[in-house]
Design a protein around this ligand. Structure first.
Ligand SMILES: [Zn+2]
Length: 250
């Protein structure tokens, strides 16, 4: 059985958060081997709340090393504090990437004044930078394409893939003009979009993700399974690509 790897789930230490044990139960219920875990809230939060959330995810990864690849989160507007926390998250806590959320953190993906130092550090730490990629101007696929062109050696992941390719022209341009930009599938509702994206980006740059607990994993897996892509491509998207990206054997 090929590796099944969910690239988008949330856990955290705050009252409204889901805990690591609940994530493991979800993975078991869906026959998923492994998940990326992002801190879920604290997105509007103070630097100390980010640290607490990142500590929680790192602890969860240590408790479930076979199941969880944890990412840290910071707010780019915290500037030097954000860079220090990103570095602490990877070097000291052992976290495996960075997650950012432009709508709640209020920044533009192609604001190089903020994003340049973060991308540079992502390159130095050699971990993926995953950013919510929605349908607003500030998180449109054009911004991701431009950012990826500016930092071609950094692995950049567009979460949600523009909510399933809402702006087809922009996402096609981003796919065709980059080689290190990855596309995560959560919140896509059209299987045919996954097939089109595979044609523009290659299936190897597409990562299945659910955005659990906000979206149901079974539905998000089905979008890939009904895409019309051949078996090998579907297995790549449902886990093997994430395994390669995260250094986990399939
Ligand atoms: Zn999410």
């Amino acid at each position: 059985m090929a590796l099944r790897f969910d690239f988008h789930a949330h856990i955290g230490p705050f009252d409204e958060d889901r805990r690591a044990e609940e994530l493991i139960a979800m993975l078991d219920a869906h026959q998923l081997d492994r998940s990326v875990a992002f801190p879920s809230r604290g997105l509007h939060a103070s630097p100390s709340m980010y640290s607490r959330a990142n500590d929680y995810v790192a602890d969860a990864m240590q408790r479930f090393p076979e199941r969880i690849s944890g990412f840290c989160s910071v707010n780019p507007w915290h500037r030097d504090e954000a860079l220090a926390e990103f570095e602490r998250g990877v070097r000291q806590l052992g976290l495996r990437g960075l997650k950012l959320h432009p709508p709640t953190q209020g920044f533009d993906v192609f604001n190089l004044d903020l994003m340049g130092p973060i991308m540079q550090l992502g390159g130095e730490l050699n971990v993926p930078v995953a950013i919510h990629g929605g349908i607003r101007e500030h998180d449109n696929p054009l911004r991701f394409g431009l950012l990826s062109e500016a930092y071609p050696d950094v692995k950049l992941v567009m979460l949600h893939s523009n909510f399933g390719g809402t702006d087809r022209v922009a996402i096609r341009w981003a796919a065709e003009h980059t080689r290190n930009l990855y596309f995560e599938t959560s919140a896509s509702s059209e299987p045919a979009f996954i097939e089109a994206l595979a044609g523009w980006a290659s299936p190897q740059r597409i990562l299945y993700g659910s955005d659990w607990p906000w979206l149901p994993p079974r539905l998000m897996v089905a979008i890939v399974e009904y895409s019309g892509l051949h078996e090998e491509a579907r297995q790549d998207i449902l886990g093997r690509n994430a395994g390669r990206l995260m250094g986990v054997a399939s």
